[in-house]
Design a protein around this ligand. Structure first.
Ligand SMILES: *Cc1c(COP(=O)(O)O)cnc(C)c1O
Length: 234
């Protein structure tokens, strides 16, 4: 199957072109391959084709596939229930979806038990969509400050957002721009437990728009692996 390799090459080209429009290079943008519903074989093919980072949105899928996937960095990108943190704390290198202090507290506790520091992103709901997870822009600073003051085993590495779907991704650039503004602002907070390096924005249909608004980490599934069959997801 050449397809996955070709798709990754194509995305790398588009990513570089979008980055250059903002005075950056393609290497400044981390591609996280989103592997939900994909088999370990497909994921390994992606890794052979150059993926260094993969993202899953369900704890169960990480647990089912973890032992069968080649060495790679795992990202938890989906909504995370506090009672499931313990299953992935020693498997993922970053959690993108922290949107409450309660979840941060649990991550902090479990990281402490494993003697590790967990990298997290704060998920911001800039479009204020009722159906999506993420903290509102108004509450983001307070959540960041509460976590850095109280959670010794967590390091906040940046922000994440999921833009609303739009036929024309240019229509949602405003939401990316808003989160980029917060990223620049809160990245200046001087604290040993805050080290902003990742602005996780952009998926298959809108990653070029996201990059043009300052994203440096894109989460791409369909454009790499093809349409998903959700009946394969537990
Ligand atoms: C599924 C998913 C993606 C990837 O979506 P595609 O449209 O397949 O690229 C990105 N981020 C999150 C949080 C997801 O759940």
């Amino acid at each position: 199957m050449q397809r996955i390799k070709e798709n990754i090459a194509k995305i790398n080209g588009l990513k570089a072109a979008a980055a250059e429009k903002t005075g950056r290079s393609g290497d400044d943008i981390l591609l996280v391959g989103v592997t939900k519903t994909r088999s370990a074989d497909e994921i390994n093919e992606g890794i052979d084709a150059g993926l260094t980072d993969i993202g899953e949105n369900k704890v169960q899928e990480i647990m089912d596939k973890y032992d069968f996937v080649k060495p790679v960095r795992w990202h938890m990108i989906g909504h995370l229930q506090t009672n499931k943190v313990k299953y992935i704390i020693d498997k993922v290198s970053m959690i993108h979806s922290v949107d409450s202090y309660k979840l941060a507290e649990e991550i902090n506790k479990r990281a402490g038990q494993h003697g590790i520091t967990m990298d997290i992103l704060i998920q911001v709901n800039s479009a204020q969509e009722e159906s999506k997870f993420g903290i509102s822009m108004d509450e983001t600073e307070e959540l960041i400050r509460t976590i850095i003051e109280n959670c010794a085993n967590i390091r906040i590495r940046g922000l994440m957002c999921i833009a609303p779907f739009a036929e024309d991704p240019n229509d949602v650039r405003i939401y990316f721009a808003e989160v980029k503004r917060l990223y620049d602002q809160y990245g200046k907070i001087d604290h040993e437990r805050l080290d902003f390096q990742y602005l996780s924005m952009g998926m298959s249909h809108d990653f070029e728009a996201a990059i043009q608004e300052g994203s440096n980490l894109i989460r791409v599934g369909t454009a790499i692996f093809g349409e998903r069959d959700y009946s394969k997801q537990k």
